[in-house]
Design a binder for this molecule. Structure first.
Ligand SMILES: Nc1ncnc2c1ncn2[C@@H]1O[C@H](COP(=O)(O)OP(=O)(O)O)[C@@H](O)[C@H]1O
Ligand SMILES: [Mg+2]
Length: 289
């Protein structure tokens, strides 16, 4: 997909939906996100993404949510990779909230997002559950990572992913967001003390809800590394907070968070974000029991 192709689809969607473009929120690897106004002056957000099955899953998840837990969908065009959303406020990532407050905000939002029927996502094929996929990713990552420094973290992440896969209970699956980091939660009202958020940019697949909480808990690397001696007890406290709020299994949340921390480091390394990858790895080594 070339830059020109993206620009053409953007221009096409602006015309079809009669929109006036404003500021650009960001340009990711796959597309761009632009503030727009409808012909009647309603503020909206237009996302132009790469057409295909990840985009289809993003759209079907958000449409099924009907504005609950996720930003409401105004229109979608699967062939052109266009998604028109209600315009919400700044992301949780841009807030000054401390890690436990961000964990609280994301967990509260996920509780609503998990109400979307899991049948919206495709059935999970034998051997292709998320934990099994992440175990394979760790194996493949061994070839590109520095074996001496990364080895212990990769070994533990692999063992935990294999355990999570072997003890998986498909009956507990929900439709997971899949990537609920603070940049994918946008402000949807509430007073500053109790701001409400909605999610954007879901992967939309079936997995146990502890997975989404693990993704939440894999973040906050700078805060953890700023005080290494207290990192494990603070991280464990945030895991317990999320588990208590949801009634879910805090031990599994902690395992998913470790697996996600290591596989995120591998993914970041693979796209050349070496410094961030090293920080994720350092945090994993500090949190390794
Ligand atoms: N409906 C929305 N209202 C307000 N801001 C949004 C909305 N959707 C996306 N954004 C902003 O745009 C950013 C990128 O959108 P996202 O869908 O996450 O795209 P990407 O695939 O590039 O991560 C978000 O982090 C958020 O700051
Ligand atoms: Mg995003």
């Amino acid at each position: 997909m070339t830059r020109q192709d993206l620009e053409e689809r953007l221009a096409d969607l602006l015309e079809r939906w009669d929109l006036t473009p404003g500021e650009t929120y960001g340009e990711g690897f796959r597309g761009l996100v632009v503030a727009v106004k409808s012909a009647t002056g309603v503020p909206l957000v237009l996302k132009v993404d790469r057409p295909g099955s990840p985009f289809d899953a993003q759209v079907s998840t958000m449409c099924a949510a009907q504005g609950r837990g996720y930003a409401a969908v105004v229109a979608a065009d699967l062939d052109r990779g266009g998604l028109l959303l209600e315009r919400l406020g700044p992301s949780l990532a841009s807030s000054a909230l401390d890690p436990p407050a961000q964990v609280t905000a994301l967990t509260t939002t996920l509780l609503r997002a998990w109400e979307v029927p899991r049948e919206v996502g495709p059935p999970v094929l034998e051997g292709h559950d998320k934990a099994a996929q992440l175990a394979r990713m760790v194996d493949e990552g061994r070839t590109q990572a520095d074996g001496i420094r990364w080895g212990p973290a990769l070994d533990l992440a692999h063992a935990l992913a294999a355990h999570l896969s072997a003890t998986r209970d498909a009956a507990r699956d929900v439709l997971c967001h899949g990537d609920p980091h603070p940049g994918n939660a946008v402000r949807a009202g509430g007073s500053s003390g109790a701001a409400r958020y909605k999610l954007v940019d879901p992967d939309g697949f079936r997995c146990e809800p502890e997975y989404d909480l693990g993704v939440v808990l894999r973040d906050f690397t700078p805060a953890l590394l700023a005080d290494r001696p207290s990192a494990t007890s603070r991280h464990d406290g945030w895991c317990r907070l999320a588990a208590t709020m949801t009634g879910l299994d805090g031990e599994r949340v902690r395992m998913w968070a470790f697996v996600e921390r290591v596989t995120s480091a591998l993914a970041l390394r693979a796209v050349g974000e070496v410094a961030t990858a090293e920080a994720f790895l350092s945090a994993a080594m500090v949190l390794r029991p």
